[in-house]
Design a protein around this ligand. Structure first.
Ligand SMILES: Nc1ncnc2c1ncn2[C@@H]1O[C@H](COP(=O)(O)OP(=O)(O)OP(=O)(O)O)[C@@H](O)[C@H]1O
Length: 748
């Protein structure tokens, strides 16, 4: 049965073969007949010439023989024609053979083409497989997105879903591709099998053709037809070559087939394993998804809750803001009402407080006396006896004991600072006095004591330990800043030195210029110093500049600053002028911070000449100060302010409602014992006077020749000083203090 690939010319091959066989048989028969004729036929005798023997009886025989010969010759010619026909038919059969050959070549060409097509298909398949492999490789090499999706799933549900859908789509696409590839492969295999079958048929046909040709060849050999034999032999050679080529082709096809099967197998195996990996990955993702489902649900719930809250938040916020605004307005109204009330009460209470304070100060006296004992310095080698010379009462910080040669003197003061007291602690006790000048009070703080007892240290300070001067100025500055904007304050500073009863301007351009104290020509009765520099302090940095300038001017005006400072009084005068723009009230207070010259007695210092004059001036001014204080406390009609430049300059700060603090400085050394006792006795007398009645003061005043400390003659051998009995006992003053405290509580 001819295949679809068999050329149509080959369909009549069987008929042709039959025809060929008939021809061969006919040819054979003719040849045999020809042979038989040749062997049986007697060669005809040469015909006698008619002229030689016309009446011869053998002439008839010859005629018969000639007829016979011609008949045979005719038969031979017929046979030769027949042979030519056979040969022609043989040629035709060759042509047919050639056609068959062409058809065979076409078949081969078709086979080649089918193989090429198959090669293309295999190539396409290979490419597709490669694509599949690449896709699989991409899938395999894409664990990160899967991981990423897995990780982000915890946060975002939509992303997880998308990733899963993508993975599923990819998996489906891969499966589809695999199915298509399988289908394609099956089709290719079917085509291959058909090609192989056609090939086999053709081969079989070729074999049969070859057999027939071999037959023809043998026949041709029998007929001694050389040309036919040669051609048939050629055909056989060609066929042999074709068969060999066919065999090689088949072997190659076989090997290609095997190679293809192997590659396909490998690709399948690889694809399978990769698909397996992808499936495992997918299973992992699914598992992850399953485990993440509850968390996702919780998160979704939380998210929805939060979303709702966020959606509601603006409304809630608006509502809360409105409510808060209403509440704030209400509170502001309430607070402003309360503020008004408080302000009214505050003003009333402030007036009351001021009145109470003044009353308390009046009761306690306008003069406070503090004592500060300086520490023993490293350079001073002191004995144990010396160390125990000054002692303190642990229960009462207003008592000081001086011991010498077994005798103990007790001094009652307002406050006693032991050597370890810091500048800060000292300032804590004086700061209320300092700030009272903001309220319009005039305040005087003196540092009194012998040379080297620590007056300058207490007032000016040293290095990183500023004294009362700097601290007071800074405190005033911060206080007035706090009172802004209700009150507008102006702080001005002057620095004056009094040396040998001469005034010098320490903040001026010419510190050696002598100044005078005069009555103010404005008729206010106030004193003023023409030419005295007043610097306005506007920031804390100004304070440093003022002190630097004063210190520099004081140093340039003398050869030895230490000695000079011991023999001159240094005054820092701070004026605080305030104005309340709301009420129109004005205040003016003055704070005088005075570092007095050394209070040692002339007899001890043994000075002569200029030193004697210095000592006399100091003595005079300190005596005048003592006299002024006494006169003020005794409310004498005449207060001797003009007895010295110091008291004259401080006149407005010592009289009236002015407040005075005397800081008595004491040296702890045995060698200074006499001066220490002298200073403390003076301090105690001043304090006793202030706490006592006029009569008591008088008694005290009478007990000594003068209130001046330098006029006292203290004998160390004399019996210990007993404080003057106070007409108003400590208990009664305590009662006043308690009443004051109750008053304050009432106010609060
Ligand atoms: N509380 C104290 N703590 C530490 N050192 C002190 C204290 N008081 C005084 N000093 C030191 O004692 C020495 C003398 O003090 P200061 O110069 O202040 O005495 P003064 O009374 O001002 O003397 P003068 O009258 O000669 O000016 C200084 O070296 C000072 O530093």
């Amino acid at each position: 049965m001819p295949s679809a690939l068999c050329p149509p010319g080959l369909q009549g091959a069987t008929d042709l073969e039959k025809h060929l066989e008939l021809l061969v048989v006919e040819n054979e028969r003719l040849k045999q007949e020809l042979k038989a004729c040749r062997t049986s036929a007697v060669p005809p005798p040469a015909p006698p010439a008619a002229s030689a023997c016309p009446a011869c009886p053998h002439g008839q025989d010859a005629e018969a023989l000639r007829g016979e010969v011609s008949r045979w010759e005719g038969q031979a010619r017929q046979r030769e024609r027949r042979l030519a026909e056979v040969e022609r038919e043989l040629l035709q059969s060759h042509a047919q053979r050639a056609e068959l050959q062409t058809a065979l070549e076409e078949g081969h060409a078709q086979l080649d083409e089918s193989q090429r097509w198959r090669g293309d298909a295999e190539q396409r398949l290979g490419l597709r497989l490669q694509e599949c492999e690449e896709e699989l490789a991409r899938q395999a090499a894409a664990p990160a997105p899967v991981k990423y999706v897995t990780q982000t799933v915890e946060v975002e549900n939509a992303q997880t879903g998308r990733a899963l859908a993508e993975a599923r789509a990819q998996s489906g696409a891969l499966t589809e591709q695999l199915l298509v590839q399988r289908q394609l492969l099956r089709e290719l295999e079917t085509q291959l099998h058909e090609s192989q079958r056609s090939c086999t048929q053709l081969r079989t046909q070729l074999l049969s053709d070859r057999a027939r040709l071999c037959g023809l060849l043998s026949m041709a050999v029998g007929t001694d037809n050389g040309e036919v034999i040669r051609r048939l032999s050629k055909i056989l050679v060609y066929e042999g070559e074709m068969e060999r080529a066919q065999g090689q082709l088949e072997v190659e096809m076989q090997s290609l087939e095997e190679e293809k099967n192997r590659v396909i197998e490998e690709a399948f195996v690889r694809a399978e394993s990769e698909m397996k990996a992808v499936h495992e990955n997918l299973a992992g993702v699914r598992m992850n998804l399953l485990t993440l489902q509850p968390a996702l649900r919780t998160l979704t719930c939380d998210y929805n809750l939060l979303k709702r809250q966020v959606q509601e938040f603006p409304y809630m916020l608006d509502k809360a803001i409105v409510e808060a605004k209403q509440e704030i307005c209400q509170v502001i109204n309430e607070v402003s009402a309360a503020n008004q009330e408080l302000l009214r009460k505050y003003k009333r209470e402030m007036n009351l407080r001021k009145k109470c304070h003044n009353e308390l100060v009046r009761l306690k006296g306008n003069i406070r006396v503090f004592c500060r004992v300086r520490p023993v310095s490293h350079e001073e080698h002191v004995s144990t006896e010396s160390r125990n010379m000054v002692s303190f009462d642990s229960d009462d910080d207003a008592v000081l004991y001086l011991s010498n040669k077994g005798k103990t003197m007790t001094f009652d003061l307002d406050k006693v600072f032991p050597p370890q007291a810091t500048q800060e602690e000292v300032f804590q006790e004086v700061q209320s006095l300092v700030t009272s000048c903001i309220d319009g009070f005039n305040v005087c703080i003196f540092a009194y004591g012998q040379t080297g007892s620590g007056k300058t240290y207490t007032m000016e300070g040293a290095g990183q330990n500023p004294g009362i001067n700097q601290r007071a100025l800074r405190l005033l500055f911060s206080e007035v800043m706090e009172k802004k904007p209700d009150w507008d304050y102006r702080i001005t500073v002057s620095m004056v030195e009094i040396y040998n009863e001469t005034l010098r301007n320490l903040l001026g351009d010419n510190p050696s210029e002598k100044l005078d104290i005069k009555m103010n020509p404005d008729g206010s009765g106030q004193l003023y110093v023409p030419g005295l520099t007043q610097i306005t302090v506007q920031c804390p940095e100004d304070i440093n500049r003022v002190f630097e300038l004063g210190h520099m001017n004081r140093a340039t005006a003398c050869t030895n600053l230490n000695e000079h400072s011991s023999r001159s009084h240094a005054l820092l005068v701070i004026t605080v002028a305030g104005f309340n723009s709301a009420t129109g009230n004005r205040t003016q207070g003055k704070l005088n911070l005075v570092d007095l010259a050394g209070s040692e007695r002339i007899a001890k210092s043994g000075a002569e000449g200029s030193r004697l004059r210095e000592a006399q001036c100091i003595n005079k001014s300190l005596s005048a100060l003592g006299d002024v204080i006494n006169a003020l406390r005794c409310r004498h009609s005449h207060v001797p302010f003009r007895n010295s430049r110091l008291t004259y300059l401080l006149q407005d700060s010592l009289s009236g409602d002015s407040k005075t603090l005397m800081m008595v400085q004491v040296s702890p050394l045995v060698s200074n014992m006499s001066e220490s006792v002298c200073s403390l006795k003076f301090a105690q007398r001043v304090r006793s006077v202030e706490l006592g009645s006029a009569s008591a003061f008088k008694r005290v005043e009478n007990s000594s020749t003068s209130s001046s400390p330098t006029h006292d003659s203290v004998e160390l051998d004399s019996p210990p000083v007993t404080p003057v009995p106070l007409p108003i006992s400590r208990a009664s003053s305590a009662v006043w203090v308690i009443r004051y405290i109750y008053l304050c509580f009432d106010m609060l």
